[in-house]
Design a binder for this molecule. Structure first.
Ligand SMILES: Cc1cc2nc3c(=O)[nH]c(=O)nc-3n(C[C@H](O)[C@H](O)[C@H](O)COP(=O)(O)O)c2cc1C
Length: 198
């Protein structure tokens, strides 16, 4: 196993040290080399720093406040709102937030035919491979990363503020780590693997 796979952690504390454009480009180069369904490369990156990143934090907080006020896009997920507030605090600390859109993505409320769902699934799996490459490259460079899906609590707010081709699919925060968290537990492969030979 390459060492970055075992040493990478989700980083939730960052120093104030900025990350250079060259470093960010190296991460995006790694993301862009990910495998993708039919080599569609269904990703577009928006790198937010400074005031633009502060705007993203504000949008996240507005979305969380709207969800709490009852006009919720994700009413069944309200128990995760405190976690989303924590994520917004982390993004505030991190010097860089990369929004990743899927140019072929459907709106969240789209009614899809099975074929469209499979196409969408394949594209999102590809985005996942791209983000994992970014996180592993960050680890290789001594940077910390946090893959973020709490942006979905502010999906409309972020989409209105940051136009991107297609649909925003996910985000990743990047910065210099200010913590070394212990590994989080993983299930035993005994529970996850089944072998069949006949
Ligand atoms: C798709 C995805 C979305 C995630 N979203 C968040 C998030 O919004 N906020 C957060 O703090 N962590 C988020 N995480 C990080 C997970 O909590 C973390 O990967 C998991 O607990 C395992 O810990 P590790 O990454 O340190 O191994 C996300 C991870 C993935 C893969």
């Amino acid at each position: 196993m390459i060492s970055e796979i075992s040493s990478r952690r989700s980083i939730r504390r960052y120093t104030g040290e900025p990350v250079s454009r060259e470093q960010i480009l190296a991460l995006l180069e790694a993301g862009n080399r990910a495998p993708s369904a039919k080599n569609r490369q269904p990703w577009h990156f928006l790198v937010l720093m400074g005031k633009a990143k502060a705007d993203a934090v504000e949008a996240m907080r507005q979305g969380i406040a709207r969800e709490k006020a009852g006009d919720a896009l994700l009413p069944g997920s309200s128990r995760y709102l405190p976690g989303a507030e924590h994520t917004a605090d982390i993004v505030e600390q991190a010097p860089v937030l990369i929004l990743i859109s899927n140019p072929y993505g459907y709106r969240l409320d789209a009614r899809l035919l099975p074929e469209q769902r499979i196409y969408d699934l394949a594209n999102l799996l590809s985005v996942g491979a791209c983000v994992q490459n970014i996180c592993l490259e960050a680890e290789a460079q001594g940077l910390g990363s946090l893959w973020i899906c709490d942006i979905f609590f502010a999906y409309e707010e972020l989409s209105r503020r940051f136009w991107m081709p297609g649909q925003i699919a996910t985000a990743v925060a990047i910065g210099h780590p200010d913590e070394r968290p212990a590994p989080r537990p993983r299930q035993s492969l005994k529970d996850a693997v089944e072998w069949r030979e006949a």
